[in-house]
Structures are given as C-alpha cells and as structure tokens.
Design a protein around this ligand. Structure first.
Ligand code: NAI
Length: 246
C-alpha cells in the first residue's frame, strides 16, 4: 500500500521544516528523493545522509526556485539520472508586514518564491510526466489562503493563487495520469512559525479544535497519500491538514 518504489521525487525547500518531513516520508515509502535546498546545503546533505543510513535513496540538489534559469539547471541535473515523477512544491517564504509598508522587493520575493517558483518547477516537470503518462504534483498552500490573515496579504495572495493553478492543471492533465492537488497546512511547528510573535501563536492555537500545533509528519502523511498510486483518482483537491481549524 502506498508504495513509491521506482519513483523519483523532488521536494523543494526540503532542508528543514515541512519539506524535510515530506522527504523523509517519501524516501521511507521507497521513492528516490531529491532533497532540494536554496541556501542550506549542509542541512540538505545531513538529511540525505540520514535517509541513506535508514536504507532509503536520496541526493541533494540546490537552486533558487524563484529563478527560471536555476530551475532549468536543477531539472537538467536530476533528469540526467531519471525524470521527476513526483513534484512537491513546498518551498515558500512569508514576510509579515502591512501591505502599505511592503517594498516592491518584498512583494516580489514572496510572489516569486511561493507562486512563480511553483509555476516554474511544475512547467519543467510536466513534459516528462506527460511522456510517462504518470505524475504527481502537490502544491503547499496554507490555511490562510482561504481564511485570510492580517499582515499576510501577499502571502495569502500567493497561496490562494495555487488553487486556480492546480484546478486548471487538473482539467488539462487528469486524462494523462497526472494529478495535481493542494495541501493547506494549518499551524505547523517549524522555523517559519517559531518566528511568529508568542501572542499570535497563542491566539491561533486557541482556535484549533485538536488543541495542538501540527507536526511536519502530519503534513508528510497527507502528501504521501496524494502522491501514491492509490490516489490516482484524486486531482484538483484542496486538502486541509489543520486539526479542524476551519
Ligand atoms: P520553513 O521556512 O521552515 O521552510 C521553507 C523552505 O523553503 C526552506 O527550506 C527554504 O530554504 C525554502 N525556500 C525558501 N525560499 C526559497 C527559494 N527562493 N528557493 C528555494 N527554496 C526556498 O517553512 P515551513 O514551515 O517548513 O513551510 C513549508 C511550506 O509550507 C511553505 O510553502 C509554507 O508557506 C507552507 N506552510 C507552512 C505552515 C506552517 O505553519 N509552518 C502553514 C501553512 C503553510
């Protein structure tokens, strides 16, 4: 069940946080995992080594997903070994700020990482998925894409745009064995949320019926299911993994 043997997975932003949990989980299920990093090569190397020690297959790949030429170079390196069957668009950033105080550069940084990075990686992965008539695309959105959140206008914009992106891909590629789904994590215990003010964290926690923050494993389990052969009839879905916080 949910065996990924023989599949090649690329998990962007996998050197830490949710991405690292996803990489571990897909490798444990038998996939060859490309642990992608932007700046933290050492952490990515350590994770790949850990996966190999545990009997899995992993290699690291670097590159800024916001730059199409970097994405091209990443895929060229990966495809020299094998095409990507499973793409998890996880890399993302958040800049907490009032819209009126955000600079052009800050707006561009959030959109170009979260939205354009997803678009560039997906565009580059699709031709080989089409050839193989098999592919799995998972895009990491957020609970706030639906709910909205103060000080996160551009972050919310980037994350809700993934809904239309994924739904349109579904219409275009579902008949070629390629699925595209969105995961909307709630509050997950990672460096990103550890950077949030204590009061804000407490307020969010109070609204989670499960009474706890999520873990990277909670998200990894949902990704694992969606990229498995068994989930071939699930596409265009937006799956909340948030302890009931909606
Ligand atoms: P994190 O900050 O711990 O990890 C983000 C990863 O993305 C890092 O490895 C970073 O190097 C990578 N990254 C950032 N910019 C990049 C770029 N330009 N090119 C390549 N890689 C880049 O964050 P976390 O919490 O693990 O988040 C992962 C994803 O889940 C993000 O897309 C985030 O928006 C989303 N998310 C997280 C939630 C949480 O509560 N932690 C809640 C909802 C969504």
């Amino acid at each position: 069940m949910f065996d990924l043997s023989g599949k090649t997975a690329l998990v962007t932003g996998a050197s830490r946080g949710i991405g690292s949990g996803v990489a571990r989980r897909l490798a444990a299920a038998g996939a060859f995992v490309w642990v992608h990093y932007n700046a933290s090569r050492d952490s990515a190397d350590a994770l790949a080594a850990e996966i190999r020690t545990n009997g899995g297959k992993a290699e690291v790949i670097g590159g800024n997903v916001a730059q199409p030429e970097a994405v091209e170079a990443m895929f060229a390196t990966i495809e020299a070994q094998a095409p990507v069957d499973i793409l998890v668009n996880n890399a993302g950033i958040n800049i907490e700020q009032h819209l009126v105080r955000m600079s052009d550069e800050e707006i561009q940084a959030v959109l170009s990482t979260n939205l354009f990075g997803t678009i560039y990686c997906t565009r580059r992965a699709l031709p080989n998925m089409r050839k193989a008539r098999w592919g799995r695309l998972v895009h990491m959105s957020s609970i706030v894409a639906n709910l909205g959140s103060p000080m996160q206008t551009i972050y919310c914009t980037s994350k809700s745009a993934l809904f239309g992106f994924s739904k349109a891909l579904t219409k275009e590629y579902a008949n070629r064995g390629i699925t595209s789904n969105v995961i909307m994590p709630g509050l997950i215990d990672t460096d990103m949320t550890r950077a949030m003010p204590e009061e804000q964290l407490k307020a969010i926690l109070a609204g989670i019926p499960a009474g706890r923050m999520g873990t990277t494993e909670d998200i990894a389990a949902a990704v694992h299911f969606l990229v498995s052969p068994e989930a071939s009839f699930i596409s265009g879905a937006e799956i909340a993994v948030n302890g009931g916080a909606l």
